[in-house]
Design a protein around this ligand. Structure first.
Ligand code: HXC
Length: 271
């Protein structure tokens, strides 16, 4: 009988990085109310940072902030904002500075997604996703850059891998995420001399997230051997990458795109 395929284990960043590496740091995270961005926020807080999470739904943000504070012993506050509206981001930045006095880390994670063929995608639907993902990233950078410069801080932009190939029903998201990748690279080269780093995390299929639900790729619908890593991604896999990229261990890494997909994109590209 053939041996069972190897399955990459899930690892908690606390088992690899010291608990205090982000003590005194402040994270500003758009889309932090749920899913991948919530997971990244929790991991950064577990290493000592305080956080502000942004989103459109105040009820969900407030509940998440409470849960993250209780889970980590750090302070997390909610800030209602729509990344398409610069004023709401500026208000959230003001609230962050009033509360914490600084912004070290920014996660540009707010995103929109649904499946639609380009032939059936309305102009407004296409524009809406570009406005949330790409314009929203630009707006977030503009609102925070002065403070990130002052802290010699770091950006992580949450992108995707689907625009590396033609992914059906994802014209809007593919175009939007390609723009996000480009923005991150520009921030890296323009802001590098000010001590700012900017990188992209490109998650592959990550189970138990709204994005996966929207794309109808639920964990149960995929047999583990379809993934080179032997399993679907977990939010913690992305969170661990964020801890690394924000840490001093990544001090010489900027302008890069880090896929966190267990090798899935290479498998897809080979078929
Ligand atoms: C076709 C759709 C649609 C659908 C909305 N639209 N849903 N078109 N198929 N399923 C169209 C609408 O008809 C409208 O166009 C336009 O999009 C704007 O819709 P609104 O509902 O008015 O916009 P809004 O309320 O701002 O909502 C934005 C949204 C929504 C993107 C449409 O789904 C959203 O807010 N999502 C946020 C949460 C989310 O998606 N999270 C998952 C991200 S995951 P018309 O022409 O009718 O006016 C992710 C991962 C990607 O990004 C990578 C995975 C591997």
């Amino acid at each position: 009988m053939a041996p069972a395929p190897y399955v990459v284990p899930q690892v908690d960043s606390a088992a690899v990085f010291k608990p205090e590496i982000f003590r005194g740091k402040v994270l500003f995270c758009t889309g932090g109310g749920s899913g991948i961005c919530r997971g990244m926020t929790e991991a950064v807080m577990r290493h000592g940072a305080n956080a502000v999470i942004l989103g459109r739904k105040l009820d969900r943000l407030t509940q998440t902030a409470k849960e993250l504070s209780e889970a980590t012993g750090q302070i997390c506050i909610p800030a209602q904002a729509d990344v398409r509206e610069p004023k709401t981001l500026q208000d959230a930045v003001r609230k962050t500075i009033e509360k914490f006095g600084r912004i070290d880390f920014v996660i540009c994670g707010a995103a929109g997604n649904f499946l639609a063929p380009i032939s059936g995608l309305s102009e407004n639907a296409f524009r809406t996703v570009l406005e949330i993902d790409t314009l929203g990233t630009y707006n977030t950078i503009k609102a925070t850059i002065a403070h990130v410069r002052a802290a010699k801080g770091s950006y992580i932009h949450v992108s995707a891998t689907l625009h590396y190939n033609g992914t059906p029903f994802q014209a809007h998201v593919s175009a939007a995420k390609a723009g996000v990748d480009a923005l991150s690279a520009v921030v890296a080269v323009e802001e590098g001399p000010h001590g700012v780093r900017s990188n992209v995390i490109a998650p592959g299929p990550i189970g138990a997230t709204e994005g996966m639900d929207r794309l109808s790729l639920k964990a149960g619908e995929h047999r583990a051997p379809a993934y080179p890593a032997g399993r679907m991604g977990h939010v913690d896999d992305v969170a661990n990458a964020a801890v690394f990229l924000f840490s001093d261990a990544a001090a010489y890494i900027t302008g890069q795109i880090l896929p966190v997909d267990g090798g899935f994109e290479h498998l897809r590209g080979s078929t």
